[in-house]
Design a protein around this ligand. Structure first.
Ligand code: PEP
Ligand code: MG
Length: 883
């Protein structure tokens, strides 16, 4: 097997097309090398070697070692340096590089190859002993942490003590001999703590580092990250070994990161941060707060410290030129890492940059205008579920802001919540339904679960590329970082801001777009869905075939959904109309009535209420299709439960409390989801259907008069398993239609269809289609009845199933293509065999899930229907499914 691919001197064995084998970093290093960009020579060990390492009992195989040695010889040739020996020692960086980036999850070792001898040679060769010892202490600390598993804090303590002893504030003040002393302290603490010496043999160091990178693939945090992001474990990580270039080589050296466009706003201007006389880890770890690359960035952040543009104008020009070249080459915004060694620029990484949704929209639209990508490509560049971010509220500009701190605007949107100081507290609070803002000095991968649970994240340290910023943007959670004017006193659970001290549980608001922290709760406004968003959605609408409807039960929902672009109502759950106000009383009277007369009396009072609701709904939808489902739910949902409720209801109904209690008990079901619900209610109590049908038809007549638009109600019968059930209900509906037509003297067009939410209905679809004019797949119940898993109880064990790898996705969130999907396929095909123009849609929760929407496109459904806030997501996903 060819395990190793080399690159350097303008030629690479791999390219950007080899991402699966070389990992993202390795493939792009190869590509940059082939483009003739300044990339330090190196080699990539392919990701398959990672699996081989595990199969081999966590040992590095001899043939891999041989290939790596040969690759290092080529690096030696390219640099004129020798690894582990000679007057000009070669130092290496060893970095992970998985197929997709897992920020901060995996390990890296820099300055590898230093020992007590090479440090001397390096110092002589560079004419700078201080630089050599600074590199050596960095190497020992990183190697001990990553490979020998000695916590880096012990080293930080030693360094802090030394600085205190010497009266220094900054690391950069230490001299060569002082660093040399630190190195000897570091080596002794390793011996003390671990009972073994720091390895002096560069080859031992090398295999130690490679093994550690492979091992980091299975570290707890990497495993969690993969689970959260659905990254398969079998991928493994590649390893990149590269000649070191030194950003810590004095004040003409620096290291930094840059985005070719602003990752937060999408503005077309270079954006980034750098640190003089430092190595890359200093930036990422947030140890020092970096400086802006551009003057523009410096000014807008209000920083006094000079930009790279001012400080290193030549390197800056070169960087700008390369950024433009990379962006044009990859046709996407790039996130790059670079180092400047004594004035010379080196490229260490490029990849498609993570960005906020707002930035993604702007970049995609701008690139269409710049004729870099097509409209369809722009549509494909937006992750549908990320649209959630845009639907976040922002702070009403008209309210005055009580600012108690400012930081960097790391992830857009505003959020309000109680402050908590640990990830654990954030998780607990969110499980209790409380909204929280997670406060940390700086986040680390261990905080991920808390970041997920929080409404917003606030840190007091770190820059726009710190862990908190990158992760929050990815999650779409508002975030402010580096709020240096605030102080977190974690021990006493206090946040000290400008003029205030807050304690745990106090409420703050953060504005992730402005980088502000505000006291208390602040008035918010809903986002404007125009501009870039509007253009992307317009392109998406042009591309898609399926229509997108909404599940709406109230005129307010329907109005919201229309503003998001819904093209009809796919599901109006009529029972939801009765949860509001005192309507539940009428509903209870109807259900609890002891005979038909009692029931009809209650239904007579319900009729005008329903008619009014339907009329409003039709008016809002103005001629767009509206599907109304007949009463579906298990009756017990409406029943009084406590003694108090029973007393109230019995008083209202003039019924004896004991008799009422008896009636409630009689209605008790052991398994309500499989009980007296759906069309079974309509068959037991046809007067309910008659009332609902009348309300629908009378509302259609009224709305037709009011809006002038013809209304064609689609009446949907739930939980049908037998054709005869549908026939029975349809007969009642048709009879009422005839009555209302005669009364109104107006022709009423309508459709009667059914939900397909039982396996039997799916299998008998060709027979049911003889009576049904449309099908709507109720995939919530269809999933429940296909798996035999109660949808209300699934959360007790589905997470365990996922953790144990028994199922990948929760089938109630993302459609089970193989089982439930197969039933849908069968039903669609059989239904259309009987009635070839039959309209088919989906209205379970899956109608708003992008992966499920792809499936719906694949099998040719006519529409998907989802909750109002998911409508934009569905429009985009439906477009992506056809492109
Ligand atoms: C369904 O079962 O998928 C459906 C849409 O109906 P409900 O969720 O109301 O049961
Ligand atoms: Mg259902």
């Amino acid at each position: 097997t060819k395990w190793v691919y080399t690159f350097g001197n303008g030629h690479a064995e791999g390219s950007a097309l080899d991402g699966e084998r070389l990992g993202g970093k390795g493939a792009n290093l190869a590509e940059m090398c082939n483009l003739g960009l300044p990339v330090p020579p190196g080699l990539t060990i392919i990701a398959d070697a990672c699996s081989a390492y595990y199969k081999n009992g966590r040992q590095i195989a001899e043939d891999l070692k041989a290939q790596v040695r040969a690759g290092i010889e080529r690096i030696e040739e390219a640099t004129g340096r020798r690894f582990g020996a000679g007057d000009q020692p070669l130092l290496l960086s060893v970095r992970s590089g998985a197929r997709v980036s897992m920020p901060g999850m995996m390990d890296t070792v820099l300055n590898l190859g230093l020992n007590d001898e090479t440090v001397q040679a390096l110092g002589h060769d560079a004419g700078d002993a201080r630089f050599a010892w600074d590199s050596y202490r960095r190497f020992i600390q990183m190697y001990a942490d990553v490979v020998m598993r000695l916590d880096h804090e012990v080293f930080e303590e030693i360094l802090e003590d030394e600085k205190a002893r010497l009266g220094y504030e900054f690391d950069t003040e230490l001299t060569a001999s002082e660093w040399q002393h630190v190195v000897s302290l570091y080596k002794s603490i390793i011996e003390e703590e671990l009972g073994e010496e720091f390895p002096q043999d560069p080859e031992v160091q090398l295999w130690g580092a490679v093994g550690a990178v492979f091992s980091s693939w299975m570290s707890a945090r990497a495993v969690t990250y993969r689970q959260l992001h659905n990254i398969p474990e079998v991928w493994g990580t590649a390893v990149n070994i590269q000649a070191m270039v030194f950003g810590n080589h004095g004040n003409s050296s620096a290291t930094g990161v840059a985005f070719t466009r602003n990752p937060s706003t999408g503005d077309k201007s270079l954006y980034g941060e750098f640190l003089v006389n430092a190595q890359g880890e200093d930036v990422v770890a947030g140890i020092r707060t970096p400086q802006s690359i551009t003057e523009e960035g410096r000014i807008s952040s209000g920083s006094e410290r000079p930009s790279m543009e001012k400080l290193m104008p030549d390197a800056f020009k070169e960087l700008s030129r390369i950024c433009a070249e990379l962006e044009a080459h990859y046709r996407d915004m790039q996130d790059i890492e670079f180092t400047i060694e004594r004035g010379k620029l080196w490229m260490l990484q490029t990849r498609a940059g993570k960005r906020s949704t707002r930035a993604a929209m702007k970049i995609a639209v701008d690139m269409v205008d710049e004729r870099v990508i097509t409209e369809e490509e722009a549509v494909l560049r937006i992750e549908p579920s990320s649209l959630d971010q845009l639907l976040h509220p922002t702070i009403d500009p008209r309210v005055s802001r009580e600012i108690i701190g400012t930081g960097l605007p790391a992830s857009p949107g505003a959020a309000t919540g109680e402050i908590v100081f640990t990830a654990e507290e954030a998780v607990i609070a969110s499980e209790e339904g409380r909204k929280v803002i997670l406060l940390r000095v700086e986040t680390s991968p261990e905080d991920i679960h808390g970041m997920h649970a929080a409404e917003g994240i606030l840190t007091t340290r770190g820059g726009m590329t710190s862990h908190a910023a990158v992760v929050a943007r990815g999650m779409g959670i508002p975030c402010v970082v580096g709020a240096g004017s605030m102080r977190i006193d974690a021990r006493n659970e206090r946040l000290i801001g400008v003029g205030v001290t807050l304690k745990k549980g106090d409420v703050i608001t953060i504005d992730g777009s402005a980088g502000q922290v505000l006291k208390g709760d602040v008035q918010m406004i809903q986002p404007e869905l125009s501009g870039d968003f509007g253009r992307i959605m317009q392109w998406a609408d042009r591309a898609r075939r399926m229509t997108v409807r909404t599940n709406a039960d109230t005129p307010a929902d329907a109005r919201a959904a229309r503003s998001f672009g819904a093209e009809g109502i796919g599901l109006c759950r009529t029972e939801h109309m009765f949860f509001e106000g005192d309507r539940i009383h009428l509903m209870r009277e109807m259900i609890l009535a002891e005979d038909e007369t009692g029931r009809r009396a209650a239904l007579d009072s319900l009729l005008p209420v329903q008619r009014h609701d339907f009329t409003s709904l039709f008016n809002v939808m103005h001629g767009l299709p509206v599907t109304i489902r007949l009463l579906d739910p298990p009756l017990h949902e409406f029943l009084p439960k406590t003694d108090e409720e029973i007393a109230d209801v019995s008083a209202a109904m003039g019924m004896d409390a004991a008799a009422l209690r008896q009636r409630v008990d009689a209605l008790h079901e052991f398994n309500p989801m499989l009980g007296h619900r759906g069309c079974r209610l309509a068959i037991s109590y046809p007067e309910i259907v008659e009332m609902q049908a009348r309300a629908i038809f009378e509302a259609a007549v009224a709305a037709a008069y009011e809006t002038g638009a013809a209304v064609v109600p689609e009446i949907m019968v739930p939980l049908v398993g037998l054709r005869a059930e549908l026939d029975y209900v349809k007969e009642r509906i048709d009879a009422i239609a005839r009555e209302v037509t005669a009364e109104a003297g107006m022709r009423i067009d309508y459709l009667v269809g059914t939900m397909i939410e039982l396996p039997r209905a799916a299998l008998r679809a060709h027979i049911i289609a003889e009576a049904a004019e449309f099908f709507s797949f109720g995939t919530n119940d269809l999933t429940q009845t296909t798996f035999g898993i109660s949808r209300d109880d699934a959360s007790a064990f589905i997470p365990t199933y996922q953790r144990k790898g028994i199922i990948e996705h929760d089938p109630f969130i993302s459609l089970d293509f193989d089982g439930v999907g197969e039933l849908i396929r069968i039903a669609a095909e059989r239904g259309r065999r009987t009635r070839n123009d039959m309209k088919l849609g989906i209205c379970g929760e899956h109608g708003g899930d992008p992966a499920s929407i792809h499936f719906c496109e694949e099998i040719g459904l006519d529409y998907v229907s989802c909750s109002p806030f998911r409508v934009p997501i569905a429009r985009l996903a439906a477009a992506q499914a056809v492109i």
